[in-house]
Design a protein around this ligand. Structure first.
Ligand code: ADP
Ligand code: MG
Length: 305
């Protein structure tokens, strides 16, 4: 089957009306809304590295879009469209059917169009998605704006996906396979949050990026971490390890002044928020548990201790 028949059969669909020219020409055309900036990002998933080899094709399709929409959400952007660069070892119609369904399910949930891409053969299954979104001029929430005294907040629960990866038939595997990008929350935080990142590599490391970019430090309250009941049953060190060092959460971690947090609390949100700590002048990341500073013996995180 030729490359263009695969594209036509699995990936060419009517785009949303805000796409001027979708799949089928040499490039896509998108007309930016007035006074908006283009926000753009890319993420690649390699089979066996970013997901277990036997992950369901539908989940791979969903996740390849979701991780990119999460990066847009972390800037406060409204997602618009994606491009898909697909490298396939072979043409497997069952796989392509489920994969494209998963991909479009995620696109549809967030009103995103697939507007182009590339299809090639290669020994390794690799899925690379580029996502485009919009934001009002100057409104993007970067990593560098955290202020001393800001609260540190996180959406949803953290550590679920890392736990799911270690317990593959547990209910939390769904959080690994079908992450929910926090698109609505990200946009609601415009003008309120001082800095933001999406949690993809573990909360401690990702919060570390905010601290470095903002030239500040933080104190985290370990007893405030929003953990699933399955994690709360574990030994504390183990639970903290999943929550702080585990990856693939795709929740938003942001800093916000106490006044702005009060304003945010009056809004309707589609995901719970938890205050997990505070930004400090003293650089570095400290952990507090039951009112006491606690050196953390979490493997791989000695450099944060
Ligand atoms: P070209 O050779 O000019 O790069 P292609 O034959 O690769 O064009 O692609 C034809 C059209 O199909 C283009 O609009 C391209 O963006 C789109 N396309 C190719 N592969 C994919 C894919 N996996 N998903 C979505 N669109 C794709
Ligand atoms: Mg061409």
């Amino acid at each position: 089957m030729a490359e263009f028949s695969i594209i036509e059969r699995y990936f060419q669909r009517a785009s949303n009306s805000d796409v001027s020219l979708g799949i089928g020409d040499d490039s896509a055309i998108v007309t930016p809304p007035p006074l908006q900036q283009l926000v753009i990002c890319a993420d690649t998933l390699v089979a066996g590295r970013h997901f277990p080899l036997d992950t369901a094709a539908h989940a791979i399709g969903w996740k390849s879009v979701a991780v990119n929409l999460s990066d847009l959400a972390a800037m406060g952007a409204k997602p618009h469209s994606i491009l898909l660069a697909l490298s396939l070892p072979k043409i497997d119609h069952d796989w392509l059917t489920s994969f494209s369904q998963g991909l479009f399910d995620c696109c549809d949930q967030f009103a995103v169009s697939l507007i182009g891409g590339d299809t090639t053969q290669s020994t390794q299954l690799t899925i690379s998605v580029t996502a485009l979104g919009w934001i009002e001029q100057g409104q993007a929430i970067t990593r560098s704006g955290a202020q001393v005294g800001d609260y540190i907040c996180v959406s949803g629960q953290i550590g679920d996906a890392a736990f799911g990866l270690q317990h593959l038939s547990h209910a939390l595997q769904r959080r690994l396979d079908y992450p929910t990008p926090r698109c609505q929350l990200g946009q609601q935080l415009k003008g309120l949050a001082s800095s933001m990142i999406d949690v993809s590599d573990g909360l401690a490391q990702d919060l570390g990026h905010i601290l470095k970019a903002s030239h500040v430090g933080a104190k985290l309250q370990l007893d405030q971490l929003p953990l699933d009941p399955s994690l709360k049953q574990l030994d504390l060190q183990q639970a903290w390890h999943y929550a702080l060092a585990g990856g693939d959460d795709y929740e938003l971690c942001f800093t916000i002044s106490p006044q702005n947090f009060n304003q945010l609390s009056r809004q309707q949100l589609d995901v719970p928020l938890t205050i997990i700590g505070e930004i400090t002048q003293q650089t570095g990341l400290l952990f507090e548990y039951m009112g006491k500073i606690t050196p953390l013996h979490v493997h791989g995180y000695q450099h944060f201790a």
